[in-house]
Design a protein around this ligand. Structure first.
Ligand SMILES: [Zn+2]
Length: 376
């Protein structure tokens, strides 16, 4: 059911049963971690609500009728997909620059082709008040041929307070034929007044099994490759897919090198290892954070393998090409409790990376904690 959506059985059940009982709210808030399919589910819901072939109790998009096809291509008046855009200029009536228009068009096409795609537009950091005003105008116009108009505000938390306040007016005047879906991985950035007018549907992180299967089915990866990436993805399908094009084994070498330097109690050398993957200046913060998160996930995976070896659960080892190194590591450190403490330190670092801007100091604190965990 709803086979375009990976996992999220609970969410699918909520949405289908709301359709079945005619209990759709005026506005949903799809919240939960990035890369778990919030936009994809919102688009699928728009298709299901307007599908010509959805009859009786199917509540499912056929993916073949003109309505499904048009919505999937972002070419239907029944779907409005709103996302961050570059700021035009302070002049309200300004148009987007021509280059930006081309990029926006290309990015929207990529999202239409793959609802799990994350739209990236240079300098696009906000959903602007002008977009909110345009939306209000377009909602006032009736549309022909659609069962229910669905408006998706992707990454709704990118509306600043001013935009959210303007948007509040839209939320306060519900249109019977319109469903609004806000999606957000940071719902706390939404004003309480906005949140209170939406029905929250929480999305879960995906299981290793769900991501592995999706990578095999959709990206034709081998089971071994899919399994490795699924375990690194921290429950986010898009993250697993982002790593497909990267040299994950090289990343692993770097982070295990960092661990080794820590164990040799050389802070300076550990810093050099950090420099290899985290440039001191330049680069976008979000990209750097992702780099660090990927390294930490690889480190956690490596330590979990060490723990598996130390507890005679060799069959569970994922980094099978690292057996020899892992065995050496385990024989040097011995006790599982040390590895467990090290894993806890990596967990804390992952948490800090989400809260803190100083990625380098997160990594330096990690090396101190790893020393304490492994050498005490
Ligand atoms: Zn259809």
């Amino acid at each position: 059911m709803w086979s375009n959506i990976i996992g999220q059985g609970r969410v699918k059940h909520i949405l289908r049963s709301a359709m079945q009982h005619g209990k759709l709210p005026g506005a949903y808030l799809f919240s939960g971690p990035a890369g778990t399919g919030k936009d994809a589910a919102a688009i699928e819901l728009a298709k299901a609500l307007n599908c010509v072939n959805a009859s009786g109790d199917s509540f499912e998009a056929c993916d073949e009728c003109p309505s499904c096809t048009a919505i999937a291509n972002f070419a239907s008046p029944a779907l409005e997909f709103i996302h961050v855009l570059p700021k035009k200029s302070d002049d309200e009536g300004a148009e987007l620059k021509e280059d930006d228009v081309a990029i926006v068009r290309e990015q929207r096409a990529a999202k239409a082709a793959d609802p799990y795609y994350h739209i990236e537009i240079p300098r696009a950091t906000a959903i602007h008040i002008a977009q909110v005003r345009e939306l209000r105008l377009s909602m006032a116009r009736s549309i022909a041929g659609a069962n229910r108009r669905v408006i998706i505000i992707s990454e709704a938390d990118k509306m600043n307070d001013q935009s959210q306040n303007a948007f509040l007016k839209t939320l306060e005047e519900p249109h019977a034929d319109t469903l609004i879906v806000l999606t957000s991985s940071n719902p706390n950035a939404l004003l309480p007044t906005v949140r209170s007018r939406t029905q929250d549907v929480r999305f879960d992180v995906l299981s290793v099994e769900e991501i592995r299967k999706a990578l095999m089915d959709r990206e034709s990866l081998t089971e071994a490759d899919a399994d490795f990436l699924a375990r690194l993805a921290a429950g986010r399908y898009t993250r697993a897919r982002d790593m497909m094009g990267e040299d994950v084994k090289q990343m692993r070498t770097e982070i295990v090198g960092f661990l080794r330097m820590g164990l040799s109690k050389s802070r300076r050398k550990a810093q050099i290892e950090i420099d290899r993957f985290l440039p001191r200046s330049g680069g976008k913060f979000l990209e750097k954070r992702q780099v660090v998160e990927q390294r930490l996930a690889l480190l956690a995976l490596w330590l979990r393998d060490a723990l598996a070896l130390a507890t005679h659960a060799e069959r569970e080892v994922i980094n099978r090409d690292q057996m020899e190194d892992l065995a050496k590591f385990v024989s040097r450190l011995g006790e599982p409790r040390r590895i467990i403490a090290a894993l806890a330190a990596v967990d804390r670092a992952m948490h800090r990376v989400r809260l803190q801007l100083q990625l380098r100091s997160v990594m330096m604190q990690l090396i101190v904690e790893l020393e304490e965990a492994l050498l005490s």
